[in-house]
Design a protein. Structure first.
Length: 323
């Protein structure tokens, strides 16, 4: 009996409560409503928004692949290899800044990007808006979602943004443990959490509650990824510290979104942990918070187990019927 007890994690401390994911942040000018979410969900899955009728947001942000694509870097129109990995949209509502280089401040501004991009959906807005205004199903949905607004780019973007806000993972073993379910986290996962906050210093960047500081760091990924010429945040703000710095990604549901890093250069979570244990690979302009960490095999395994504890069990998702 005493033995069985030891496999449970100890109770969370008072300080651990800071990791509880709060309620969704308010969105100025675009309140969440069932009607806008339902419209946004339909648009998100509709390939008719793309010029060639073959690509939707969900082509790359696929619910059965953790809302990503399982690829090292994204594939665009005609299979064109794009330079960066597709991030998940899970918990994106909590992100204060979007994209690997932070070039979009809001989900509303982001949503038009892939439609406008020649390499992605390459949307012909005149024809798509004509289609949406003449389709009775869409007409009805827009009317319910935004009764006082036209059907235009911006109402499309608002609806898509609101749908994405509802893609939330907050019931992982870690979350259940925080909520008081002692058995939810294994002893190994709990030890991994102590390392994450302690010796391994992951919290310096992956901070509470959403495992990101919304900051940009060069963690020395590029040497083997072939992405050394991607300067990241420096494209947007030309300050030396930003060279090769990318946004800290949140980590809930991480076990479902391999491969890892902005170039997909780590295939598994143990490879990720090894990357940090080595203190990164490319040392050019490396963050001062990156340094070799002495971790034995058990400690590495505990960290990986903790990352699994941040992930939800795969679940089914009802893809909307297109009108
Ligand atoms: C061809 C694949 C592809 C398609 C199609 C696509 N995306 Fe993405 N998405 C990406 C990639 C790659 C990035 C990261 C690019 C970067 O940071 O430079 C990204 C980034 C994002 C982000 C930022 C996430 C974050 O945490 O910073 C959001 C939100 C997003 N996409 C939503 C959408 C929406 C909405 C659509 C449809 C209108 C869409 N995407 C279509 C590949 C795609
Ligand atoms: C100096 C800041 C910093 C520290 C410390 C740090 N990370 Fe990261 N982490 C980042 C950034 C920035 C990225 C994305 C970088 C890139 O792809 O170029 C990242 C990416 C990741 C990813 C891949 C996420 C994805 O969606 O591809 C995982 C997993 C991860 N970190 C886990 C950890 C763990 C575990 C630790 C501690 C051992 C740690 N991080 C320490 C900043 C940091």
């Amino acid at each position: 009996m005493a033995f069985a007890h030891q496999t449970d994690a100890p109770q969370p401390t008072k300080e651990d409560q800071q990791w509880i994911l709060p309620k969704l942040p308010e969105t100025a000018g675009n309140p969440l409503s069932d009607a806008s979410v339902s419209l946004g969900k339909t648009l998100f899955f509709d390939p008719r928004l793309s010029r060639n009728g073959n690509m939707s947001c969900a082509s790359c942000h696929n619910p059965s692949l953790g809302w990503s694509d399982g690829l090292k870097t994204a594939r665009g129109d005609h299979g064109k290899l794009l330079p960066r990995a597709t991030p998940t949209i899970t918990n994106v509502a909590y992100n204060k800044i979007l994209m690997w280089d932070g070039r979009h401040p809001s989900l509303e501004s982001q949503a038009l990007g892939p439609m406008e991009s020649k390499d992605e959906m390459n949307t012909d807005f005149d024809s798509v808006l004509g289609f949406l205004r003449s389709n009775s199903g869409y007409l009805d949905m827009f009317k319910k979602a935004y009764p006082d607004e036209d059907i235009n780019k911006f109402t499309m973007a608002k609806a898509i943004a609101n749908f994405q806000r509802t893609v939330v993972v907050n019931d992982t073993p870690f979350d259940r443990w925080l909520a008081g379910d002692k058995g939810a986290l294994s002893r190994s996962q709990w030890r991994g959490f102590q390392l994450f906050k302690g010796k391994a210093m992951c919290v310096t960047c992956h901070s509470a509650p959403n495992f990101t500081d919304s900051g940009f760091h060069n963690i020395g990924v590029s040497q083997f990824g072939g992405s050394a010429d991607d300067v990241g945040r420096y494209l947007i703000r030309k300050v030396k510290v930003n060279k090769g710095a990318f946004k800290t990604p949140p980590l809930r549901d991480i076990a479902n979104t391999a491969p890892y890093f902005r170039d997909g250069s780590s295939g598994t979570l143990i490879e990720v942990v090894d990357h940090y244990a080595r203190g990164g690979d490319d040392k050019t302009n490396l963050s001062p918070n990156m340094f070799p960490i002495e971790l034995n095999e058990l400690e590495k395994q505990d960290l990986v187990e903790f990352l699994y504890g941040l992930s939800a069990a795969p679940r089914s998702f009802d893809v909307p019927r297109l009108p």
